[in-house]
Design a protein around this ligand. Structure first.
Ligand code: FES
Length: 154
């Protein structure tokens, strides 16, 4: 704070925070990130503990992209990341710190919390950094005949 008094510093920090949060609202407060919802016709909750996704109906899942499923039939909302042509990683959408949504960062191949805390998680769920106290849940997923099957229970 060389030439800046405390009040100027706080005002500058607040403006920087507002800028980081964007015009649509800060994820730290809304808990909502930028991951788009998957197309509603693309998925089904088949059984308790099983979700299927018809990949031909989910253009949001292009390589390097991710989509989320928030459905009242699911106790845990999901983020699905297409990390390679035929490789999908499915995890809990919520950060273990304060429940803000995660986003997929394709360049780093990791999940990152949309909050200002920015906890980061590897594709196997373990924490890479940030204030989150625990890893995120990662669910087994496999692809056959254009259908992604996610097992939420063992
Ligand atoms: S909610 Fe705080 S780092 Fe994710």
């Amino acid at each position: 704070m060389n030439n800046m008094n405390r009040r100027e510093f706080v005002q500058t920090a607040a403006l920087a925070g507002a800028g980081a949060c964007g015009l649509t609202g800060c994820a730290t407060f809304t808990k909502i990130g930028d991951t788009p919802p998957i197309e509603s016709a693309a998925y089904k909750v088949e059984l308790p503990g099983k979700v299927t996704v018809a990949l031909s109906k989910a253009p949001s899942l292009a390589v390097g992209k991710a989509a989320k499923i928030i459905d009242p039939a699911l106790s845990d909302p999901l983020i699905i990341a297409r990390v390679e042509q035929d490789k999908y990683v499915v995890a809990s959408l919520r950060c273990t710190h304060r429940g803000v949504e995660l986003e997929y960062q394709a360049e780093q191949k990791r999940f990152c919390c949309a909050s200002l805390g920015h906890s980061r998680f590897a594709l196997d769920g373990h924490k890479l950094g940030g204030p989150a106290p625990r890893p995120i849940q990662v669910y087994p997923a496999s692809v056959a005949d254009g259908i992604l099957t996610i097992k939420l229970q063992a």
